[in-house]
Design a protein. Structure first.
Lengths: 83, 252
């Protein structure tokens, strides 16, 4: 299972690299969405691994809240690019 | 705590923090702040602090980013006052969805025939000048918001009242306003447009904006002026022409 987590961490580095180098703000937003989802899934994997329901509930909440924050931020940036 | 993957996960937080610190564009930095929040929530949850992780995700990622986005959006802007006649339909459409805090809104839809029939027709390079200004300030991650005023006196009054950061008006209108003031005319240094007129005069009251425009604005269709606005209460300013205008230098 540790190998699975390390593979997920390596996959997490891909959107981080994308968020670092990319100039287009929507690409950065996509990278942010990818990272937020990946970290939440990693929290869920760890919770299953440790059989810890407390962490699992937190992972589910973060998974849903991350999308809401992303939508809010995308709306503000969209208003910005229209101006 | 002896799991080997924990070390890699914890190393992700300084990585994303360094990405955030070295980011210069404020909007990209906001998004990377979200990345840092997600990463921190992961680390806190994996280390067993579920409540801290939840707080980081709710407050640090969601609330802070949204508030910062609104703050950055409303502060990184240059308010440019222009004459109403110069507001073409194209610009009106682009500014349709903006909130208008100042008393003179842009969005009064002037009838098309009135614009056509008005005596002062805008010279053609205004759109070019505006796009040049937008290009220059986009490099500094700033936007330009347009505010339309009825005549040049209202425009200069708005500059004195600190409603706008800069005004852009045709040189002919400025000449009329100056000659109408008579005795105050001598306070202006005679700029170069007496001999070779640039069609527009851009007056700003902020030295930083003047420096940016003076250094980077390549357009020859405007002259730049930095004016000093006194610290007195804006309501006590009774004249429409800035008395303390000190044109430092004009861009040819």
């Amino acid at each position: 299972m540790t190998l699975v987590l390390i593979a997920m961490i390596l996959a997490l580095l891909i959107p981080m690299c994308e968020a670092w180098k990319d100039e287009d703000i929507w690409q950065t937003m996509l990278a942010f969405a990818s990272i937020a989802t990946k970290t939440s899934v990693m929290i869920l994997v760890v919770s299953v691994l440790r059989d810890d329901w407390m962490i699992g509930v937190v992972g589910v909440i973060i998974l849903s809240v991350g999308n809401a924050a992303l939508m809010l931020l995308a709306h503000v940036i969209k208003r910005l690019s229209e101006a | 705590m002896t799991d080997s993957y924990l070390y890699i996960i914890v190393a992700l937080m300084p990585l994303s923090a360094a990405m955030l610190v070295f980011q210069t564009n404020p909007y990209h930095a906001l998004i990377i702040r979200g990345v840092l929040g997600a990463m921190s929530a992961l680390i806190y949850a994996v280390l067993g602090a579920a409540d801290v992780a939840l707080t980081e995700a709710l407050v640090g990622t969601m609330l802070a980013i949204t508030l910062y986005a609104v703050a950055v959006r409303s502060s990184m802007v240059m308010r440019l006052g222009i004459l109403k006649d110069y507001l073409s339909d194209h610009i009106k459409e682009k500014d349709q969805q903006k909130d208008q805090p100042t008393p003179e809104p842009v969005l009064e839809p002037a009838p098309a025939e009135e614009t056509v029939a008005s005596s002062a027709q805008p010279p053609p390079p205004f759109e070019t000048l505006l796009s040049d200004l937008r290009t220059v300030f986009r490099r500094h991650h700033m936007r330009i918001e347009l505010y339309a005023y009825a005549d040049s006196e209202a425009l200069q009054q708005a500059l004195m009242d600190r409603d706008v950061h800069a005004i852009c008006l045709p040189t002919a209108a400025l000449q009329e306003a100056v000659s109408a003031q008579g005795d105050r005319e001598s306070l202006y240094r005679k700029p170069d447009w007496q001999s070779e007129p640039a069609p527009y005069q851009t007056i700003t009251r902020l030295r930083r904006l003047y420096d940016i425009m003076n250094a980077e604005l390549a357009s020859s269709s405007t002259t730049l002026t930095l004016t000093a606005v006194g610290r007195s209460a804006p309501t006590s300013v009774s004249h429409a022409i800035p008395v303390s205008v000190q044109p430092l230098e004009e861009q040819p």
